[in-house]
Write a protein that binds this ligand. Structure first.
Ligand SMILES: [Zn+2]
Length: 362
């Protein structure tokens, strides 16, 4: 039986607008405003904090609090050094990939607005074919079309300006979404869609729901670390992206096997609370939502860790969206997986009772 579609025209328009806006780590507020505008009809109030994390709250007076969470930021670069002849060298802001930089257009964010540039690269003709130099952090550079440092500074570009890629949202072969920053703009999108479905289906939750869009995940889960102390949740369900490991040159023995189109990926890791995870799996099984499994040694590397290891321990779990080509400008996900993550979070929430501890000892 075909399941009812979740993503509609209005949500697609939101997703596209939300993705096409740059939201580099540390500079997320414009994206947060777009997200809050979309979420507003579906929540009672918002909490925001000093670093830009935004939380839409349903039932703010309830004592028992459940978080659903994604992260708002995207990887970017910082201008680190300007040469006398007007070229820029960069450092990472998050896990930006030096290998994909050459020949990319960039947007440099300045007080005067966006300044365009390109990552240059020596022509194939001029390279030593027996000793190819791969792109590295210390040899990639940006050309703004300037011939001196003074000319660069006149454009408003200085050390500390943040740099993003201009790549925008596209649909590939009807049901694949392609863009930079689907990691993790998809997360913010999916949790907002959960709120919309709760509202449209007139579901009354017996607890406070905190729809949380954390900043600064890409540099070490920092936004989640901050907001979990503010919310003090009883339960947290986190969503982020994980790798499709079925594309070339990925070792499945090392990385495991997960792929786009095969459903949400449920994580096993010490930070993932077992009873909460089993609730999610039982929900997927009873609602016929396809899912995949993934194991993580030590930490999950996602905001799950930040929530789990806060406030004396918060039962937390991770539902990931499989994605191809993470941290490139052509991150690719399957529309069906996006809808199934939304479904799985939504249906799991409907099973949570006020006051549930998920204790192993009850
Ligand atoms: Zn990432």
């Amino acid at each position: 039986m075909a399941k009812k579609k979740i993503i509609n025209k209005k949500s697609m328009a939101f997703l596209e607008k939300y993705l096409n806006n740059a939201s580099p780590t540390g500079y997320e507020w414009d994206g947060q405003k777009i997200w809050m505008d979309y979420l507003k009809p579906y929540v009672d109030e918002f909490i925001t904090d000093a670093y830009g994390t935004a939380v839409g709250v349903i039932n703010p007076k309830a004592k028992y609090k459940v978080v659903i969470e994604g992260h708002a930021d995207e990887i970017s670069w910082y201008v680190n050094y300007i040469t006398d002849n007007g070229l820029l060298y960069v450092i990472r802001n998050g896990g930006s990939d030096h290998q994909i930089a050459p020949s990319k257009w960039v947007n440099i964010h300045t007080k005067k607005g966006i300044v365009k540039g390109v990552f240059g690269w020596p022509a194939i003709h001029t390279r030593n074919s027996s000793k190819e130099e791969p792109p590295k952090l210390d040899n990639i550079f940006i050309d703004l079309g300037c011939s001196s440092k003074e000319e660069v500074e006149k454009l408003g570009v200085h050390v500390g300006c943040v740099i993003t890629y201009p790549d925008e949202f596209h649909v590939l072969n009807k049901d694949k979404f392609v863009c930079r920053a689907i990691d993790n703009r998809a997360g913010g999108f999916m949790i907002a869609e959960v709120a919309r479905l709760l509202h449209e289906n007139k579901k009354e939750l017996p607890f406070g729901l905190y729809i949380t869009n954390s900043v600064q995940e890409e540099i070490g889960l920092r936004g989640a670390q901050m907001i979990t102390e503010t919310i003090k949740p009883n339960v947290a369900i986190i969503t982020d992206v994980c790798h499709d490991t079925t594309t070339p040159m990925i070792n499945k023995i090392k990385e495991g096997e997960t792929k786009i189109g095969a459903g949400p990926v449920i994580s096993y890791a010490p930070a993932v609370q077992n009873k909460l995870r089993e609730r999610i799996i039982e929900t997927a099984e009873s609602k016929s939502i396809p899912f995949q499994r993934m194991a993580a040694s030590r930490s999950t590397g996602t905001d799950t860790d930040a929530f789990a290891y806060s406030n004396g321990g918060v039962p937390s779990a991770l539902i990931s969206l499989p994605l191809r080509y993470m941290h490139t400008t052509v991150e690719t996900v399957h529309k069906d997986d996006v809808e199934n993550v939304i479904r799985l979070i939504y249906e799991t929430l409907l099973t949570i009772k006020e006051g549930e501890t998920f204790s192993y000892f009850d």
